[in-house]
Design a protein around this ligand. Structure first.
Ligand SMILES: *[C@@H]1O[C@H](CO)[C@@H](O)[C@H](O)[C@H]1NC(C)=O
Ligand SMILES: *[C@@H]1O[C@H](CO)[C@@H](O)[C@H](O)[C@H]1NC(C)=O
Ligand SMILES: *[C@@H]1O[C@H](CO)[C@@H](O)[C@H](O)[C@H]1NC(C)=O
Ligand SMILES: [Zn+2]
Length: 410
């Protein structure tokens, strides 16, 4: 190498370090709030949720993308932990499994109080920042977790759920999932059914963020139209850079801008590059694109750590966020834009959701019609005495009366 070559290499190294130092300086008072992490699912799979298992110690946990030292190194200050149960639990034990995943998140906060603090509002997140703890929030991943019940939805809210992803990778009786757009599933609700619209209204009333990761494009548009508060995509990337239906197309990104909503970019290699391999720089391309189309206020991070099988080179676990932030600074993002992507955009959306919520307003009561429910293990309580049956009985009596009056005429 020529001397000038050495010099350039040295300059490159020094500049790289400068961006990384700058990233850490910013993240010391604006740590990242990540939209989606599946550590609770790993805890179920690896330890059947036994947190006292010797190898389950979160300070020394191995073989996962997430641990306490990695969260600290990554300047993670807020995390929506995913309370996830797979679609094959739909119409079976989905509600029980969801409650157990919520419980394991509560127990994480209880067992590691020096690291995690479970919070349920935007003020709580900011207090956690000041105390240098990881504000821990609960996102329920998939409408099947509610078993199509507004009562269950409200109970999950009381247990701390602050976003609900309307579907996972299966339709619910009231919302279509992204596989409808690949031809893998049949459209059922053409977006949201009437009941699906009631679910969104009730989420608005409660103050639960509507999450549109995993839903079909028709569901995205229906929910963006229906919701009175901004929505999020807790872990989705840009469709125009990687044509996977889990990603958000540009026309929806424009609606995201118009509604003040938020796209938290998913790092799964397959959603970033549409291939098995991807790089940190390609993740930054998604952030750049969403910023260009939806605005700097519409960008966030939703890494999907511990929920995916492959991650980009340079973003192998939750400790790597400062490297991604350094890359954004290298790409001339302003400090304000970076703070937005890290935390301020999510805080803005969450505050707007809290503003719209109104616990004084009367809750939605009208349940899903019986004939829209699926599965054979249900009891019919309530429905068997429901007005529709009275109507049926009324019609029967009216027919009888008609028949009798007919007889009298003879
Ligand atoms: C985890 O391990 C650390 C040290 O290795 C220990 O101090 C701590 O008490 C353990 N925590 C739990 C909950 O077992
Ligand atoms: C936010 O949550 C905290 C508990 O973390 C609670 O004390 C506080 O009252 C809540 N604030 C609002 C505005 O609801
Ligand atoms: C939406 O776009 C407008 C115009 O480009 C921009 O000023 C605004 O900040 C964007 N909104 C968000 C949330 O980024
Ligand atoms: Zn997911």
């Amino acid at each position: 190498m020529q001397p000038s070559g050495w010099l350039w290499a040295l300059v490159a190294v020094c500049v790289a370090d400068t961006f990384r130092d700058e990233a850490e300086r910013i993240m010391r008072d604006t740590p990242v709030i990540d939209g989606h992490n599946d550590l609770p699912w790993q805890l179920l799979k690896m330890f059947n949720n036994e947190l006292l298992h010797e190898r389950a110690n979160l300070s020394t946990l191995q073989g996962t993308h997430t641990s306490i030292p990695k969260l600290r190194a990554g300047f993670v200050g807020g995390q929506f932990w995913s309370a996830y149960t797979p679609c094959d639990t739909q119409n079976k034990d989905a509600v029980r499994r969801t409650l157990e995943q919520i419980d394991v998140i509560h127990r994480m906060c209880q067992l590691y109080p020096e690291t995690f603090v479970c919070v349920t509002n935007s003020t709580g997140i900011q207090e956690a920042f000041r105390e240098q703890k990881v504000a821990s929030l609960i996102g329920v991943e998939g409408g099947h977790s509610t078993d199509s019940s507004l009562g269950v939805l409200r109970a999950l809210y009381h247990l701390g759920m602050r976003y609900l992803t309307l579907t996972h990778s299966c339709n619910t009786p009231w919302a279509d999932n992204w596989l409808v757009d690949t031809g893998g599933d049949q459209a059922q609700s053409q977006g949201l059914s009437d009941f699906g619209e009631r679910v969104v209204r009730e989420m608005n009333r409660l103050g639960v963020i509507v999450d549109l990761a995993h839903v079909s494009v028709a569901t995205m548009k229906a929910a963006l139209r229906q919701s009175r508060a901004p929505v999020i995509f807790s872990h989705s990337s840009a469709y125009s850079l990687c044509a996977n239906r889990r990603n958000v197309p540009d026309d929806v990104l424009r609606l995201v801008n118009e509604t003040g909503s938020l796209v938290m970019v998913n790092f799964y290699s397959y959603y970033v590059s549409c291939q098995e391999e991807a790089t940190l720089s390609q993740v930054a391309d998604h952030l750049d694109h969403i910023k260009k189309v939806a605005g700097a206020g519409a960008v966030g991070f939703g890494g999907d750590f511990d929920g995916v099988s492959s991650l980009p080179v340079g973003l192998e676990d939750v400790s790597k966020y400062p490297d991604l932030v350094a890359e954004l600074l290298r790409r001339k993002w302003t400090e304000e834009e970076v703070r937005g992507a890290l935390a301020d955009n999510l805080l803005r959306v969450f505050r707007a959701v809290e503003q719209v919520s109104s616990h004084m307003q009367i809750p939605e009561e009208k349940p899903i019609p019986w004939d829209q429910l699926e599965g054979s293990c249900r009891t019919r309580y309530g429905y068997s005495e429901a007005p529709s049956l009275h109507r049926g009985l009324g019609a029967l009596l009216a027919t009888l009366a008609l028949l009798l009056s007919g007889l009298c005429l003879l």
